[in-house]
Design a protein. Sequence first.
Length: 203
Amino acid sequence: MSDTPKFEVIDRRKMKAEEEKETEQHSAPTAAAAPAPTAGKAASGPRLVVNEPPAEAASDTAAEEPGLGAELPPPPSARESSEQKAAYDASAQRLEDLIRAQNPAAGPQPPVGFEHLVQQLYVTAMLQMGAGMQEGQRPRVDIVGARTTIDLLGILAEKTRGNLSSNEDRMLQSVLFEARMAFLELTSMMTMQPVPPPPATKK
């Protein structure tokens, strides 16, 4: 007697024809949904299941980004943005002309680029950590503000990944590394100091 398992071939074409008749009797299904099986009868054969985002997809996206969505006004139209940009550029040019009239030796200001944004955040973080104080002055440290500024640099690096030139990416990564190192050194010094005891309560 052979141990080879026997396979039974089932002709599913008859079942397919019956399913098609049932489908025609029901309302025509949309491309996004498969016909539901009749009550009390399991669906035979494979079914196409399409995962669609729920109707609350917009609200879910707003929920994923706290602080965004519900309180924001509608965005300006393309025409409004264009007109505002033209007015802004004209106002900035008048300001530059005024500054150069007061100081003729000053040349035109270079256009603002991505490197200016990175440098601005870096300088802000370093000042918040007490850098740039004159000798003899006690540094004023805003360690919580410094952490926020460094986190902003991290968000900038994450959101612009793949969209920067090699020089821009190298500068951003270097600045972020230096700011984080300064933060680590400062927080290490702060945590090494003895914690002052809580004020004594009066009885």
